[in-house]
Each structure stands twice: as structure tokens, then as C-alpha cells.
Design a binder for this molecule. Sequence first.
Ligand code: G6P
Length: 614
Amino acid sequence: MCSVVGYIGQRQSCALVMEGLARLEYRGYDSSGFACVDNETRRLMSAKSAGRLSQLVTRLQEKPIDGTVGVGHTRWSTHGVASEANAHPHFDCTKKISLVHNGIIENYLTLKKELEAEGHVFLSQTDSEVIAHLFERAFEQTKSCKKAVMQLVSQLHGAYAVVIVMEEHPELLIGIRKSSPLCIGVGDGEMFIASDVLAFAGKTDRVSFLPEKTFTLVTKDKAAVYDFDGQLLDLPVEKLDSVWTATEKQGHEHYMLKEIYEQKSAIYKTVSLCQSFGESVWNSIGISADLIKNTKRIKIIGCGTSWHAGRIAEFFFEEITRIPTTAVLASEFRYRTFFPELDTLYIAISQSGETADTLEVVRMLNAHGQKVLALTNVASSTLVRESEGFLLTQAGPELAVASTKAFTTQVAALYWLAARMALERTVISDGQFKQCQEELLMTANILENGLDAYKYQIFEKLALFYSNFSAFIFLGRHSTYPFALEAALKLKEIAYVFAQAYPAGELKHGPIALIDEKTPVCLFSHPDPLIYQKLLSNAQEIKARKGHLIVFAFEGQTELQALADTCLMFPAVNSHLAVLSMTGVMQLFMYAIARARGCDIDRPRNLAKSVTVE
Ligand code: G6P
């Protein structure tokens, strides 16, 4: 999504803000801008550009502006195309107030009409610009920054993280937060404000997270934080975890590749955290042992890749824990009839912990007194703060837009949780639980070994051949069907190739009409002998129609291997962990196709890493 970054202090803001924006560019990147109170003119100056941040950098090199207070923004368009006019910062009529915004102002049209009737002139198609004009009016009426913010927020509907710089108050940065994250980096004689700590990680290790519906008036030495009624709040300053500062590519061509290779270690760290809870696991997670023992149903909520992890985990909870489980898409669930059930455990999965669709469901569940366990990668996220309990994956920062290690750590954590709940409910023994943990780590090794075993074949042969096709079908059954959904999503996201995932058994009910030599079918097998037999029949149906077949199979599945045009083999594992063992190679394969097609892998077009609007 959009990123906002602000700086105030003794140093020049431009380089610091631009560095922060570059680190957050993965969140949204179709246009960008910077504004500061210029050193020389003491006037508010700005530079904006459509396209990538590098274009703004060039513009700033050609025509530098700088000052000790500044704000910047990278945009992921919601209202209005990606153009220079629509890029932030936006200004009021007098050009003395500039602001950047992440979120959506739902009543912007009504406000815009009202302001236009009063003579305000708008230069963009964005919802964000109304905030600048509203603030102009509020400041004119109140002559006080604090009162103007309070008046402003009483008129805005929607979600917003806003940072304001004013020509009249160069000693001040204003930050406002409602439903979109904003945090303050506390330095020595300098302050940062940003939508994500990554923006200032390494510059300071002290951070305060603005709570929901609050605003802050930040000087270079102090951040005063208020609620929307103007009450001063005492906000703790926390120490930033150093792992979040390690953001280099470390010799890899892309972040995505680096992150694919970090998966074994990320799974190990996640399992090790889970094991460290010991007997006090439910206290540590924040969900009562009673609920764990009495849960009759589990509902998992998520979007995108996180939803796929949830769909895979349906099989863990049903088959290991013996609890009926459904994974639902947050954006759909939110608008269905809701039946409160107190013996249901809700698990909300989100890598970022900031996805608006998921958060809205959590808020709705909270309002009904339901218990939500958050599974996320970001300890400081809104999801953690708003959920009853939380379990943290240990993937570390994931910067490529396409999720890899966040996905595998989610799957690993869910598998561990299913087994631990099964132990608590005496469905499995202590010995079986230990075996589950060992198998999980063993599977992380298999995942990594697969990368080494197949990298040359994938890069030097398969990617070159398969990058020429314009559509793919992905098939799976049981847990390999949601895995097929994830594979198809990866290919669509990073290679811009149309891909359709189907449950293999459904092939004959329509999609089989698509089978021909021009549309490769990638079939993900399953170690379970019964499911394997069914998949084998599906593979035969494809070959009988001259389809081109790529197969991910398990040792001993020789009949399937014989049918395949391309076959990638994996060691036989515990059937629940089959998908995890294939994940690295699947991701590498999709990555290599995107690379062969010359795609911008870490920053695919039209996407954003975390989508903080509904
Ligand atoms: C965006 C990203 C996806 C991600 C989804 C959910 O759509 O492009 O890669 O899976 O958001 O994100 P979350 O942070 O909630 O897991």
C-alpha cells in the first residue's frame, strides 16, 4: 500500500526520507513525492513524479530541495490514475500546508463538493487532497494545530495515516492515525514518522506505535500524542528488534530469491519459538486452555497467500486435531451473514498484520465477543494489538511483494499449532507430538535440499522453455489443491502469466475443454496412496488429450513420473507436510519463469505488499 515517511531534526530531511521511501517502496510504487520547508527560501517546496521512486530521485538530483523537516510518499493508486498530479504530497490552496496520506477517505466526494462550493481549488482526482483543504479551513478557523486536527478528524470518514508539514510551523510534524498504521522513530534531537518501522530501522532503535484514533505533534525532541478528543496520552517507547534492520539482498539478484533461500532457517526459528513456550503455551499465545480444549470449530481468516496457508491448514486441524475447520476469505466473510458461536476459535492470518480486509473481520468478531488468535509476522502490527491472542511467525522482514517465507512459516506454525492442540485435547500422545515437530524440521531440510537439487534444471532448462507459454493450469487434490492455488498466484503475480488452479477432480466438469499442447498443466501429487491413484487418473485424462504435463511427485510414484513431460521428484514425507516439502522448488520455478520473461520480480506491476484499504 502507500507509504508515508516524515523527518524532523537537525539533519537534512531529503536523503533520510528518500531512503525510508526506498525501503518501503515494496508496499506501493506507482508514483511518489517529497515536500520540505526549504532551507534557503523557508517556503514549502515539493517534487513529485509518476512511476518508480528512481524517477523522483532523478528529479531531485536535477532540482534539489532540502530542509530539516520533510515528508515523502510512495503511492498505490486507489482514487485517480498514477500521475504527477495525483502523486502526494497534496497541498491546500495557499500552498502552505502539505500532506501525505495512506488509506481511503470514504466521504471525500461530499467533502470535496462542500469545499469547492466555498472556493477551494482541487488539482488532483485523489481523495487525499480533501484532507489538505479541510485542514486549511480548520487551521484558519482555530489558529491551532491541535484544534485543527481535532476538527479535521471529526469530518473524515474512512482510514488514514496522514503526515502534515506546514510552512508556518517548520518546527513541527503532524501525524494522524485511524485504521492505517503509523509509528514514530525517536532519535537524539531528531524524529521520524512512518507507516512502517523499516523506514527508519538502523537510524534509531526506539519506536512508539501510534494507537488507533490518535494524533501526534512532533518536534525534533518530543512527540506529544493525543486521542481524537484532545486528551494527552502517555505512549511507551519500545526497543526495535534488530532483525528488522537486515534488509539487504546479500548477493541475491532479487529479494524474492533471497527470501526463498531463507525458508529453512525461518521455519526453524518459528518452530523454536513455538517450542520455547513449553507448558505455558496457551498463556504465551493468549488464548485460554479452556477454549483450546472446548473448541468445536475453527475458522481461519486471511487474504491472498495467507488465505492459502489457511486452506492448507484446514487439513491439519481436521486430520490431526479432529476439529472441523474452514478457511474463509476475509473480503467475502465480512459481507456474509454472521452467526456468533462462542466455541469457535478464529485464527486471523496476515503476514503484515495490516491487511484491511482481515482487520475489519477481526473488528467485527471482537464486537461479537468472539476469540481471535492472530498469526502474523509483525509483532507491532495492528492485528496483534486488536486480537485476543497472537502467535508470531519468525520469517523476518519479507520485502519481495510475492510472499514466500511468510507463507512457509505460516504453514509450519499452523501445523505445529494443530499438533499442540491435538496434544492438549489428548487426541495424540506426547510421543506423537514430538514426532510431528521432528517431521516439521525434517521437511524444512527437504525444502532446502530441493532448491539445491533443482536449481540448475530450473534456471537453465525449464524456465527458458516454460517462459514461452501464455497460460497454465495448476491441479491438486486435498492439501495440494490450495497449494496449486498458491502456485498459480505466484505465477500470475510475478510473471504476468494467466494461471488457473483447479481441484484435479473438477477437471472433468468443464476445464478439461482447455487441455491442449499450448497450455501446460502442472499437477501437484500427494503422498497418500488413495489420493495419488485419483491424481494418476487425472494425469491420464490430460495425456489422453495431448496435454503437456508437469508433475511434482513423490518417490515411488513411478506411473505418474512416466506420464509426465517434466517431472520433479520429492522424498516421501508425512502426507500433511507434502506441500511444505514442495514449496521451495515451486516458488523457484515460478521465480525463474518470471526472470526469463524479464519481469520486475520484487515489484510486480499494480501490486502492493500489504493492502491497507478494503
Ligand atoms: C497482498 C499481497 C499478497 C498477500 C496479501 C495478504 O495482496 O500482494 O502477497 O498475500 O496481500 O497480505 P497479508 O499481509 O495479510 O498476509
